[in-house]
Design a protein around this ligand. Structure first.
Ligand SMILES: Cc1cc2nc3c(=O)[nH]c(=O)nc-3n(C[C@H](O)[C@H](O)[C@H](O)COP(=O)(O)OP(=O)(O)OC[C@H]3O[C@@H](n4cnc5c(N)ncnc54)[C@H](O)[C@@H]3O)c2cc1C
Ligand code: SF4
Length: 332
């Protein structure tokens, strides 16, 4: 691992100032914030990330979960994943978020991992983590080894010729269905970014993964007041613990008189970002709670899928995952 300066930030302004020197907020940035370290330190050990300066943000006062006056929720950037999943308000009003977080990693990792770090976790594509292999995300212009290589775990939705990496987060899938907003402070002041706009499609620039600018510090995430009387997170994977999703679904639906009146749905494990489209939700809204409607939504979910040679099974898996999640949620 390369040597680096280590700074412990005392307040958010100092943290922003310490990162503003960096020419980019993305992969390869010369200055990096350190939260739980469960993504960053792993990548530094592998020489995938080699910052000149690491700014520890763990002492910033960003670790509270608070009810907002409108009935929504404010989640501090450094709230640990375990604390968020077990928080009484989250368990009561946003169970899909609690379920998604608890389905990820292990208790030990969740005890360290933070809300902002989880939003910014990097892909698990094996070539991204292997500096001997070409990877456009790690080294723009070098090529994409996954196109002809191991791509069983990678994405079928939103991919480009440059990159087919999956966003691995479970928490973000639930946050997409809950329509979270990410709040940032930076050199130009504060900004709020809907989660749908936070993660970017790879297109021609897979190294640019999110909407952050140099110096931007995520301060907190807000959730709107709870909506939907049925919700569930379902994760399908090769083993039942300590494994990333092959396909997952977060569903938040309102049911009245046997009909779905409102639907918010996001998929994980299959997209280059947490995958939410209005087409899936439109296929459900106004429909009776029955398997036919669920199957129509599932077909809408995989519209435009571009499977690779090892992951064509994900098209059917994603559909079954969504149908089953909707069945479980609406019959609970
Ligand atoms: C073995 C293992 C298994 C895992 N399994 C799963 C799984 O099944 N599902 C799942 O969803 N996740 C899984 N994870 C990923 C885990 O959830 C993430 O590593 C974790 O959420 C990252 O949070 P962190 O606080 O440790 O981030 P860090 O490593 O501290 O930071 C990650 C990135 O975010 C940046 N950052 C952190 N905070 C801020 C901020 N406030 N503002 C701006 N930038 C910031 C850092 O600079 C860094 O680039 C697993 C991880 C491991 C190691
Ligand atoms: S899929 Fe993306 S992360 Fe994986 S090798 Fe290709 S460019 Fe790199």
């Amino acid at each position: 691992m390369k040597t680096f300066d280590f700074i412990r930030a005392a307040d958010p302004a100092a943290a922003v100032a310490a990162q503003t020197d960096s020419p980019t907020a993305q992969q390869g940035a010369s200055v990096r914030f350190l939260a739980g370290g469960t993504t960053l330190v792993d990548l530094m050990k592998l020489n995938v990330e080699a910052p000149d300066r690491v700014v520890d943000i763990n002492r910033l006062p960003l670790d509270a979960v608070e009810r907002l006056p409108d009935g929504g929720l404010k989640i501090g950037a450094t709230v640990r994943n375990s604390a968020l999943a077990q928080h009484p308000i989250v368990r009561q009003d946003y169970p899909v978020l609690s379920q998604a977080i608890l389905s990820g990693a292990s208790a030990q990792v969740r005890n360290r991992a933070t809300t902002a770090g989880n939003l910014l976790q990097r892909t698990r594509c094996v070539y991204f983590r292997d500096t001997a292999m070409p990877c456009n995300k790690r080294e723009p212009g070098s090529g994409c080894a996954a196109l002809e290589g191991h791509n069983r775990n990678l994405a079928i939705l939103g991919t480009s010729e440059q990159c087919i990496a999956t966003n691995p987060s479970d928490m973000c899938v639930a946050m997409a269905a809950l329509e979270a907003t990410i709040h940032v402070t930076g050199p130009k002041g504060g900004r709020s970014i809907p989660i749908a706009d936070f993660h970017l499609l790879p297109g021609e620039t897979p190294q640019k993964e999110n909407a952050l600018e140099p110096g931007d510090l995520i301060t907190h995430v807000t959730l709107p007041p709870p909506a939907g009387n049925k919700s569930l997170y379902l994760k399908l994977r090769d083993r039942t613990s300590f494994e990333f999703a092959l396909a997952s679904a977060a569903v938040v639906v309102s049911v009245a008189n046997g009909k779905i009146t409102r639907a918010r749905v996001a998929l994980g494990g299959v997209g280059v970002k947490p995958w939410r489209t209005r087409e899936i939700e439109a296929a459900l809204e106004g429909q009776a709670v029955d398997e036919q409607a669920f199957r129509r939504a599932a077909e809408a979910a995989v519209q435009g899928a571009r499977p690779q040679h090892e992951n064509a099974f994900k098209v059917e898996l994603a559909k079954r995952c969504l149908v089953h999640a909707l069945k479980l949620a609406t019959t609970a």
